[in-house]
Design a protein around this ligand. Structure first.
Ligand SMILES: C[S@@+](CC[C@H](N)C(=O)[O-])C[C@H]1O[C@@H](n2cnc3c(N)ncnc32)[C@H](O)[C@@H]1O
Length: 167
């Protein structure tokens, strides 16, 4: 999805890649000129990700942390990427942490009947759309097949400018 929607990425700016794993998406954005903070609680994954040569300019920073109780400064990030990782409370944190005009890319698994025992790991239908009410929705889809009987919800959305500030 990031590749399909790469045209909405800014040319410069700071990105949070939440649950970055081995930093495949992070490197893609570094190569496009962005500065990326890759967060994950797996030091092993981040160390593997940091080995790549595409960090010659030092634009990729890895932060090993448990994102369960994430705090981010308000209006501090140009882009947030959160793929196949869900800490539900963070969705509200992301809303605030994006700068006006900033973009969020989110895709993770949708709960199916057999996932009812662990609802914390899965989105409910339309949950991303509801959580990002007030954002400009550039792309949204749900029920996107992604592997063995698994489906995801996808969202690409921009935080609207607060026009009343200019009145
Ligand atoms: C399925 S992988 C997705 C990796 C990457 N976003 C991608 O799409 O390729 C989920 C990642 O989230 C990380 N993760 C899960 N729970 C976490 C938490 N509470 N805090 C930080 N990282 C977490 C895992 O270590 C793993 O690297």
């Amino acid at each position: 999805m990031l590749v399909d929607w790469a045209h909405v990425l800014p040319e410069t700016g700071v990105v949070l890649d939440a649950g970055a794993g081995v930093c495949v998406n992070a490197h893609f954005m570094v190569e496009r000129g962005l500065s990326v903070i890759a967060m994950d609680f797996s030091e092993v994954a981040l160390r593997l990700g940091m080995r790549s040569e595409s960090n010659e300019k030092g634009n990729l920073e890895a932060v090993v942390c448990n994102m369960e109780k994430l705090e981010l400064p308000d209006d501090s990030l140009d882009v947030i990427v959160n793929f196949f990782f869900l800490e539900r409370a963070n969705l509200r944190v992301y809303r605030r942490a994006l700068k006006e005009g900033g973009v969020i890319f989110l895709e993770t698994l949708l709960g199916m009947d057999e996932d009812k025992l662990t609802p914390e790991y899965y989105l409910q239908r339309g949950e991303l759309l509801k959580t990002f009410t007030g954002f400009e929705i550039m792309h949204w889809d749900e029920g996107v097949p992604c592997g063995d009987k698994k489906f995801s919800e996808q969202l690409v959305a921009r935080k609207q400018l607060q026009l009343e500030r200019w009145r």
